[in-house]
Design a protein around this ligand. Structure first.
Ligand SMILES: Nc1nc2c(ncn2[C@@H]2O[C@H](COP(=O)(O)OP(=O)(O)OP(=O)(O)O)[C@@H](O)[C@H]2O)c(=O)[nH]1
Length: 300
């Protein structure tokens, strides 16, 4: 290990949809976290490990802070607030294309309790012009006492390196906390289930928004065929939602399967056989045990 190796924990916070998961993927240079336009996509407190010759950055992606409506919502809030404790750097993302509002102020207020170094990230700069960006910068400066401020686009990659440099600058010296070749602390089954859930969120938007949970029931690798066989179950809360997910003559679920398989083949680096089934489980979101079984919220 080089003499001045740096290492530490970084957490990404911000209103739902601010672009936290997309930034995490941009840093990692590959898709690890799922993203979608549906707010509150992220249900896990998820760690990604980014290691280079002279530093290791452990990025904690948190479910967005928001007002809880049900048990799942409460779990997510607890995750988000916990993520602020015991980290070295907090990066607060503010969507450059949306007016700074009460939601951002509330998140910034929560940050004051944290002793971590603070970076303000103006995200999605590809969506605004320079004037809009500088107005946003002024509004963001008023929100907190920042150690650094970066405007970036995870979509185009602009300034993602500059953000990484700022984080590394603020990290303390220390040894690597995780194996050098490790990229995430999630069991592979959880990552696979999340990739499937992403496709459902993207296909249906608001029709079955948060009522779905995905669990991998079985996953095996066939070495001879270089093929993963994955059996996953999609849980919904109502019969009508089951009908929507399956679609006319199974068309919708087939489409989800095709899209998920493409991503999974990239993730796993093998061919994938994917079997999806749908099951109704009434009110699972009010059932803390079921939320933990899925591994959502703080259950991990
Ligand atoms: N144009 C543009 N869109 C972006 C950028 N970053 C994220 N997005 C989009 O913004 C939406 C939300 O991004 P996410 O990364 O899922 O946001 P999040 O903050 O993790 O969301 P939650 O899980 O709800 O907390 C997605 O549709 C992304 O594609 C960016 O740099 N430019």
């Amino acid at each position: 290990m080089p003499e001045h190796f740096k290492s530490g924990f970084v957490t990404l916070v911000g209103r739902p949809n601010a672009g936290k998961s997309t930034l995490l993927n941009a840093i990692m240079g590959k898709k690890i976290a799922i993203t979608s336009n549906t707010v509150q996509t992220t249900r896990h407190r998820f760690r990604a490990v980014y290691t280079k010759d002279d530093y290791q950055m452990i990025i904690v992606d948190t479910p967005g802070l928001h007002k809880p409506h049900d048990a799942l919502g409460e779990e997510l809030n607890v995750s988000a607030l916990k993520a602020l404790e015991d980290v070295d750097v907090v990066a607060m993302l503010i969507d450059a294309s949306k007016p700074v509002g009460r939601g951002d102020e509330w998140v910034a207020e929560q940050l004051r309790r944290s002793r971590a170094k603070k970076i303000c990230v103006l995200s999605k700069t590809d969506l605004v012009n320079p004037d809009q960006l500088s107005r946003q910068r002024e509004a963001a400066e008023k929100l907190g006492d920042w150690d650094a401020m970066v405007g970036l686009s995870s979509e185009t990659g602009k300034n993602v390196d500059a953000f990484i440099e700022e984080v590394v600058f603020l990290l303390p010296e220390g040894p690597a906390w995780f194996p050098l070749d490790m990229e995430t602390d999630q069991p592979i089954e959880v990552v696979v289930a999340e990739f499937i859930r992403e496709k459902i969120l993207r296909s249906f938007h608001d029709e079955v928004p948060h009522a779905i949970g995905v669990q991998v029931e079985e996953m095996e690798y066939d070495r001879k065929k270089d093929l993963h066989r994955i059996f996953a179950r999609i849980y919904v809360e109502r019969d009508s939602q089951k009908g929507i997910i399956i679609g006319k003559r199974g068309a919708a679920i087939k489409q989800i399967g095709t899209e998920a398989r493409e991503d999974l083949e990239q993730l796993l680096g093998t061919r994938v056989f994917l079997d999806l089934s749908v099951k109704v489980k009434k009110n699972w979101r009010r059932d803390e045990n079921q939320i933990r079984r899925f591994g959502y919220g703080e259950g991990l």
